[in-house]
Design a protein around this ligand. Structure first.
Ligand code: NAP
Length: 351
């Protein structure tokens, strides 16, 4: 079976990573890739790592009718706000859509208004879309026509916290997550803070008083933790190009020990193809360096029994499990393919 795929926003970082993964997937053919800035240019002209792949394909326009004629499924990799206009038109013409942007992640339109500062014009789509985190919503992703993929900070944070909240091992009312992120998270378009002399070697906190990803983290985890859940999240820009490390500081409930946490992670992730529980070895805790280029999320933890505190760690490649890899995992599920198709390559090391 060959599935025909289109990628809208294919010249950016998540779009480029999607093209990289799809190039060796085996069950898909890329039939359309869009860029307004690079319209008419070959793929390898913009993404030099893809030279020799897609040799006959040039960037095309966001032409919904043409895309629906040619493709079975479409990925949209657009900045906040842009999907609001394009995704509904794709759904209207019968396409199945996997959106990597934030516009359809929040189920509640009031929350969208609060965190994104604009009214959501497509409440009907919010009701039927599924949040694209397979470890939580695999069964619902299967039959749906619109998947809203999580943000990369949210993916690392939710996967790190879900088991311990679900098993009521930690105080849900005070969870503090410190997230370190590489520069590719900000996308390809340059900004004053992302210009190399300003961005290289930084350890810079940002959006410390309410990062938008908190909204989706609470939305997804409240179901397991109850209404008392309170998550504080402070992202830090660091000098690497790829990678997210989420460190969740939690206070342990009575009787919780290292083994209790270990068993909780093993229960929920023991059979997950892309979650690895890290313990021991030369590198004792998860580090994004050891998942780069892969769809894995490495999870680990430390327990300080003296003060009943836990530090829980989740490491991903923001462009893979945080974006393109996760999106392809969702596509595989939607299409009834083996979930790991095209994704089971080990991380690159050393890098
Ligand atoms: N970077 C990450 O680590 C990451 C992880 C998870 C989720 N995301 C989310 O994924 C989305 C894409 O991120 P990115 O990092 O790939 O951004 P990016 O590098 O800036 O790429 C954005 C792409 O969208 C196209 N585009 C921009 N505005 C458009 C419009 N109005 N209509 C049609 N095409 C438009 C751009 O190409 P042209 O301007 O040439 O058309 C480009 O191909 C964002 O919502 C981001 O928040 C990013």
């Amino acid at each position: 079976m060959t599935i025909k795929v289109a990628v809208i926003g294919a010249s950016g970082y998540t779009g480029g990573e999607l093209l990289r993964v799809l190039a060796t997937h085996g069950n898909v053919e890329l039939v359309h890739a869009t860029s307004r800035e690079y319209l008419g240019k070959y793929i390898g002209w913009v993404h030099p790592n893809l030279r020799g792949f897609y040799s006959n394909l040039k960037f095309g326009e966001v032409d919904v009718d043409r895309i629906s004629d040619k493709a079975d499924i479409v990925f949209t990799n657009l900045p906040a706000g842009a999907s609001l206009e394009i995704v509904p038109r794709l759904i209207e013409v019968g396409m199945r859509v996997i959106d990597l942007g934030p516009d359809f992640r929040l189920r509640d339109p009031e929350q969208y208004q609060k965190w994104y500062g604009r009214e959501h014009p497509h409440r009907d789509l919010l009701e039927r879309r599924v949040y694209g985190l397979p470890e939580l919503h695999r069964d619902r992703i299967r039959g749906v026509d619109l998947v809203a993929c999580p943000g990369c900070n949210s993916t690392a944070t939710i996967l790190t916290l879900m088991p311990v909240l679900r098993d009521r091992l930690v105080e849900a009312g005070r969870v503090a997550v410190d997230v370190k992120v590489g520069s590719s998270e900000a996308g390809r378009k340059p900004a004053p803070g992302s210009h190399h002399p300003e961005r290289a070697n930084v350890m810079r906190p940002y959006e410390a008083e309410g990062h938008r990803h908190v909204a989706e983290v609470e939305q997804e985890l409240i179901e397991f933790a109850g209404d008392g859940l309170r998550v504080a999240m402070v992202p830090h820009a660091v000098g690497s190009v790829r990678g997210v490390l989420a460190t969740a500081h939690v206070w342990l409930n009575e009787g919780v020990e290292e083994q209790t946490i270990w068993r909780s992670y093993a229960r929920y992730y023991g059979k997950e193809p892309f979650v690895r529980i890290v313990r021991g070895g030369v590198m004792r805790y998860p580090d994004p360096k050891y998942v780069l280029g892969s769809n894995f999320c490495d999870i680990g933890f430390a327990v300080e029994g003296r003060i009943m505190r836990g530090a829980l760690f989740g490491a991903i490649d923001n462009l893979m499990k945080g974006a393109a890899g996760q999106a392809v995992q969702c596509m595989n599920i939607m299409l009834g393919l083996d979930e790991v198709t095209g994704l089971m390559s080990p991380p690159i090391s050393p890098i």
